[in-house]
Design a protein around this ligand. Structure first.
Ligand SMILES: [Zn+2]
Length: 83
């Protein structure tokens, strides 16, 4: 992984992960920590990236209501807002 702050390629993986299970890395040069989603549009979302993409896909492809999607993902353990 390349450091998003200083662009150094010398980073190491830290043994812990984020709450959502994403790997955490530490930069050897600037000592900052970042995860796999840092620098992506999904970084500050409270749900895993694959779940967000699945909701968007099913919403657009199958034209499901947000209420239906919230109910479907509740069965998978994700409490999505229906608005
Ligand atoms: Zn760095």
């Amino acid at each position: 992984m390349t450091c998003p702050r200083c662009a150094t390629a010398t980073t190491r993986e830290v043994t812990k992960t984020t709450q959502l299970g994403y790997r955490i890395f530490q930069c050897a040069a600037c000592q900052c920590q970042f995860n796999e989603r840092t620098g992506t549009p999904f970084n500050h979302l409270e749900f895993p990236t694959d779940i967000v993409l699945l909701v968007v896909l099913w919403r657009l492809r199958y034209k499901l209501s947000l209420r239906d999607l919230a109910e479907m993902f509740l069965e998978r353990g994700f409490e999505l807002p229906h608005s």
